[in-house]
Design a protein around this ligand. Sequence first.
Ligand code: SAM
Length: 338
Amino acid sequence: MATLSLASRPLTFLRPNRRKPPLHRLLLPKPLATATATASALTPPTPRFDPTSTPDPDPTPLFLRPATHQVPAAALGAFRHRAAALVPSSAPHLHRHLRWLLADAAAGDPSSSEPALLRVPLDELEAMWQRHVRCRRPFQYVVGNEHWRDLVVAVREGVLIPRPETEAVVDMVRKVEGFADGWWADLGTGSGAIAVAVARELGPRGKVFAVDVSEVAVDVARLNVQRYGVQDKVEIRHGSWFDPLEDVKGKLMGVISNPPYIPTDDLPGLQPEVGWHEPKLALDGGKDGLEHLLHLCEGLSSVLKPGGFFVLEVKKKQINLLRPFIEVWYAFSAHMTA
Ligand SMILES: C[S@@+](CC[C@H](N)C(=O)[O-])C[C@H]1O[C@@H](n2cnc3c(N)ncnc32)[C@H](O)[C@@H]1O
């Protein structure tokens, strides 16, 4: 984790949470009115179409579907044995996933001796499990949700599964003075997890603009916003980075972004659950992973109001690559802890 701050302001050092994977974020205030941002030759990164992210026909999370498929207890027991037999003993997490899958799929106790009521036909449940174990499809896509902070966030193919390390972004934002009545933007909102979590903490005047270029992400974010009843606080906007924010330029208290920051060259080395199944549009940060980060850093001054904050999730080694650009654009000194 890292913080960057204007030298003229008190420096804030955020302590890393050692229980979580290392976090690296930049937290910086907008340049003071006198600071000059030099023009840059950078152009907005071109949004890329991702042909691998074919969404499920039914995007409703499994646990929210009606339980209309009656299955004899013996048939469900036989499924449980077949499913467990696919899993090597060296993979205890898969046994845990099997328990969770049954808990999401069955109304009531799936180990009862009574006939079970399932939310999908048994053969479909079997196919879901095989895709998880054999095709390495992430469990979150199988059940259609992820537990994130105190939320159960709907996810589906085509949308990044929100990560535990991103949860801390919401805590950083909550520390910003007057945050509850400010206008915020969540750029690259994905499932809308950050936008929903922030919106739930806002006061009557607070608002979040949740932006994404992916239509699937926009649909899923809308579903999550509705499920948590924060439609009055979150405005979802479809488009690339700052493009949909023309009307709120200079009015935002803060920008939050977990943009795609994995260097293109590193994509082939990702674990199959990520590299084969999660959308490249959400992962691919171009050369050195900096393509979107630089565009975001450059555009911040146009949307933030003076004194506004910016929280950005990055890789640790990207901090030193970004620092010279940020120092030129924002004329501040960088301080970080990691
Ligand atoms: C790493 S994911 C983060 C998703 C979510 N905020 C989270 O933390 O789980 C990056 C997101 O940026 C979006 N994205 C990629 N290019 C974009 C662009 N040009 N404009 C807006 N969003 C973009 C992707 O669709 C994806 O949802």
